[in-house]
Write a protein that binds this ligand. Structure first.
Ligand code: GLA
Length: 394
């Protein structure tokens, strides 16, 4: 993506001839390890080349002026460094405002404001973490404009804090971590309990990762997400009556089978089963990918979807239609939902010379069953949040 048109737009909106500095943070997909982050388990996400751009110039006073090229009709929002409290009317600017507030609370010195233009090309409502992308692009912007020495993991944690405490969405750390730490052509295995991580090159031979957007609006996501979290917390509390564990991620599938009846409620048992088996699958998936055992990797991806469908119950007709149709197509190594579920996107690992037939088959079946079309994107795995240099494409 070329920066020049965005620079011109910035100059026009803020009536200046000065050149802004530019920043980028990606969106993310998750290869495997779903609904494990807040259960102290492992995740295996990667940053994608879609993301959020921010162009900014420091000001002399305490004003911050925000503009989004995605919502030009909303115009410029104005805030002050002295008043960074969440306000519903401030709309999307609450994400960067939250980052500013928590940077300041962390002791980082930000004494003057800035003008900023945001532009994002992550498909709207697709569950590819556009909000974490806005948080982290703001993080690198603040780090650079104010020459702050910010540990990257701390920046990621501040992003999660904005999501949890400022915005009020009770998500885990996967999205901010993937977006803050992404590396081109690599996925990362993250232990969400210790925050230890390792990169693994995504070597898929002659396969592409196709992102399939259900195009379903995700109204219920938040309440259902919180419901799953509390079901897992109840399961953990039951287990802790007998076992000294800190999270579901501490148990192996074998231990779970031994102790599962400690969990009183059957639904909660099912939820815990998913979290624990999914964690084990995720760790195995890294080994399979590293060893080039692509069939085995794909099989784990499929099992992940089945578990999310049957035990965790976060898929729905849209995601199931995509995954189940994908499994039947030639050249498909694996397919599953990615992200929170209940809509959003699925991913499929498809042999390059079968991608066209794959898309046609999915589109036909999906439209027949769901009533509207899905969208397709070939994922390219890019870097995490960073400063951009003029002329750089991302
Ligand atoms: C959302 C949350 C993440 C994670 C996934 C499910 O994307 O933001 O923290 O819990 O759902 O794996």
């Amino acid at each position: 993506m070329k920066l020049t048109p965005l620079i011109h737009r910035f100059q026009e909106v803020f009536e200046t001839e000065q050149k802004p500095q530019a920043f980028f943070a990606p969106g993310r997909i998750n290869l495997i390890g779903e609904h494990t982050d807040y259960n102290g388990g492992h995740v295996f996400p990667a940053a994608i080349s879609f993301g959020t751009y921010a162009l900014a110039i420091k000001r002399q006073d305490k004003k911050i002026r925000f503009y989004s090229d995605n919502f030009p009709e909303k115009g410029i929002f104005e805030s002050s460094l002295d008043d960074l409290i969440y306000q519903e009317d401030d709309d999307w600017t609450n994400y960067p405002k939250g980052m500013l507030l928590y940077f300041k609370e962390d002791g980082f010195s930000i004494e003057s404001g800035f003008d900023v233009l945001f532009y994002g090309n992550i498909p709207n409502g697709a569950g590819l973490s556009s909000s974490a992308s806005i948080e982290l692009v703001t993080g690198v912007l603040l780090e650079t404009l104010y020459q702050l020495d910010v540990d990257r993991v701390r920046m990621i944690q501040i992003g999660q804090k904005v999501e949890n405490q400022y915005i009020g969405v009770n998500s885990g750390i996967m999205d901010q971590f993937a977006i803050g730490m992404g590396k081109q052509d690599h996925a990362m295995l993250l232990d969400c309990d210790t925050l230890q991580y390792q990169y693994a090159p995504i070597k898929l031979a002659n396969h592409d990762i196709i992102i399939i957007n259900t195009n379903k609006r995700r109204e219920l996501t938040e309440s259902k997400y919180n419901e799953r979290r509390s079901e897992c917390e109840q399961a953990l509390a039951d287990l802790q009556k007998e076992l000294s564990i800190n999270s579901l991620g501490d148990l192996t599938p074998e231990q779970f089978e031994q102790y599962r009846t400690l969990i009183k409620n059957e639904t909660n048992q099912q939820r815990a089963k998913h979290a624990i088996y999914e964690n084990a699958r995720t760790i195995t998936a890294l080994d399979k990918l590293k060893a080039g055992e692509l069939q085995a990797f794909g099989e784990l991806v499929n099992q992940s979807h089945i578990s999310l469908r049957d035990d965790y119950e976060v898929t729905g007709i849209e995601l199931d239609t995509i995954a189940e149709t994908a499994w039947k197509q030639e050249g498909v190594l694996g397919a599953r939902m990615t992200g929170a579920g209940f809509g959003g996107c699925a991913i499929a690992i498809v042999e390059k010379n079968h991608t066209k037939a794959f898309q046609e088959a999915i589109e036909k079946e999906y439209t027949k069953i769901v009533g509207y079309e899905p969208s397709f994107y070939v994922a390219s795995i890019g870097d995490g949040a960073k400063s951009l240099h003029l002329g750089e494409e991302s």
